[in-house]
Design a protein around this ligand. Structure first.
Ligand code: ZN
Length: 166
């Protein structure tokens, strides 16, 4: 872990110190976004292949954050997990980047119980096909994506995170 990487984790750790078991997933998201709103941090993740810049420009109130599957226990777990990473000298920043990506996806994207037609895994992300606005379900296990009628998406159309109905 480089000096800068360590610094970013320390900053996140300190920003998380206000969270407790009464904190909401919305508060957790606000902390992560404000920590990410820094070009140096964003670029550090870009070097590892993770582009978080889109999240910085998304307005959390437009997304179904309250449907996040992160429970209060998991919010505290996140905070403690970052603290552990801070203390672990062998810790790999690449894994940290992956963990932040997963957490952002859990906060911004509605995850539902739905059997994947391909691998039968029971959890899928609810997304939307860009352009057509059709509902799309993406398997969190095998990564295949399907329309509501379970037909597989074969085009390479891009998927976007749906906003809440207004
Ligand atoms: Zn699957």
């Amino acid at each position: 872990m480089s000096h800068l990487e360590k610094k970013y984790i320390l900053e996140l750790d300190s920003a998380l110190s206000d969270l407790d078991d009464s904190s909401t997933s919305f508060e957790l998201l606000e902390i992560i976004i404000s920590w990410l709103s820094n070009d140096f941090v964003i670029n550090e993740f870009k070097k590892l292949g993770y582009d978080f810049s889109k999240y910085v420009h998304m307005e959390p109130e437009k997304y179904p954050i309250e449907k996040s599957i992160l429970s209060k226990e998991e919010i505290v777990y996140f905070k403690n997990n970052i603290r552990r990473k801070k203390l672990n000298k062998k810790f790999k920043f690449q894994y940290f980047a992956q963990y932040i990506r997963d957490t952002l996806e859990h906060l911004f994207i509605e995850h539902i119980e739905r059997a994947c037609p391909n691998c039968e895994w029971g959890e899928m992300q609810k997304l939307e096909e860009k352009g057509t606005h059709k509902d799309v379900y993406l398997c969190t296990q095998c990564g295949n994506a399907f329309y509501a009628d379970n037909s597989q998406i074969i085009s390479n159309s891009s998927l976007v995170i749906p906003i809440k109905p207004s």
